[in-house]
Design a protein. Sequence first.
Length: 324
Amino acid sequence: MKSAIITGITGQDGSYLAELLLSKGYKVYGFNRRTSTPNTQRIEHLKDKIEVIYGDVTDSYSIYRALKKAEPSEFYNLAAQSFVGSSWDLPESTCEIDGLGVVKALEAIKNCNPAIKFYQASTSELYGKVREVPQNENTPFHPRSPYGFAKMMGYWATVNYRESYNMFAVNGILFNHESPRRGIEFVTRKITYGVARIKLGLDKAITLGNLDAKRDWGFAPEYVDAMWRMLQHKQPEDFVIASGHTHSVRDFVIAAFEAIGVKDYEKYVKTDARFMRPAEVQELVGDASKAEKLLGWKPKTGFKELVKIMVDSDVKLISEGGKV
Ligand code: NAP
Ligand code: F7E
């Protein structure tokens, strides 16, 4: 039986990836940090099927301990301080987790068993102030936040361990991907949750920042499938994963209100400088043709369908008294 460690298993992607690997017959180990209150709601339904090992990617010894216990054939490094907005307030710890944490994981694998295949959760935020449109695996990087430059370290560490030690270590350069399990602070979920509350008469408006920023948004369960495909590929290579379409935050707002039958969205949307960033990534759009050609991966869920899935899910969640 194949086994895998997933760091960041309590997050959006970790929970979907755990489901995928279980469906493929893997023994799944989640590497999870200790918290004072439970934060395992996204993997509650999997608790009898996975094994959780307590650890932290900033604590080398805990990674060694996990490797010894799980003896995995694959290691998916999804752990991160993943919110760009907070990275300006937490630049050092973001670098510890998103940059140095990757080096610690790679070093532990190199020393324990360099045959373990390693997936690094890299990001379109590396492109930042974009040098070309659309962005592909050869587009130069220009990160625009502590999150972006911390992830840059993780990216290059992965490339260097591959080139120096012949390890199967790959970067998935994933563009934004969303779902009903997206964290509430990210703009898509903030919008769909806010729109659901307005529909149910619980709020009058949502307050956002830059409505003109554009992103390439896809559906998270499809993106974790690409992670798995990268580790099954015959050789270690980096891949862009994206929908190939870009939409503004305003487009997302319009689609979310349309999903509840509201056309005059302006009445319900305010903006506030609090949600603006010191430096913005204005427009991202990815070219995933390499992944289509070599991995047979293609996005399926379109933009409007994604927005509707998220709005419907939040209306149901709130109506049933559920919590985020
Ligand atoms: P997420 O929901 O924020 O999940 C992040 C996970 O990392 C959580 O399980 C979190 O645990 C864990 N974590 C944070 N610090 C840790 C530490 N020091 N040690 C161990 N675990 C730690 O993020 P996501 O959206 O699933 O994204 C998964 C990965 O892909 C992240 O690396 C993110 O940067 C990257 N990425 C995401 C996107 C996207 O659009 N979603 C795009 C490109 C790349 P807690 O529950 O304890 O906080
Ligand atoms: O912002 C704008 C904001 O926080 C998207 C992470 O998963 O994807 C994510 O990073 C855009 C930005 O995601 C609000 O200024 C406007 O331009 O949803 P977000 P992100 O920064 O793109 C990448 C690929 C990752 O790797 C990250 O881990 O929306 N925006 N108004 C707002 N953003 C937020 N959060 N809140 C607002 O009120």
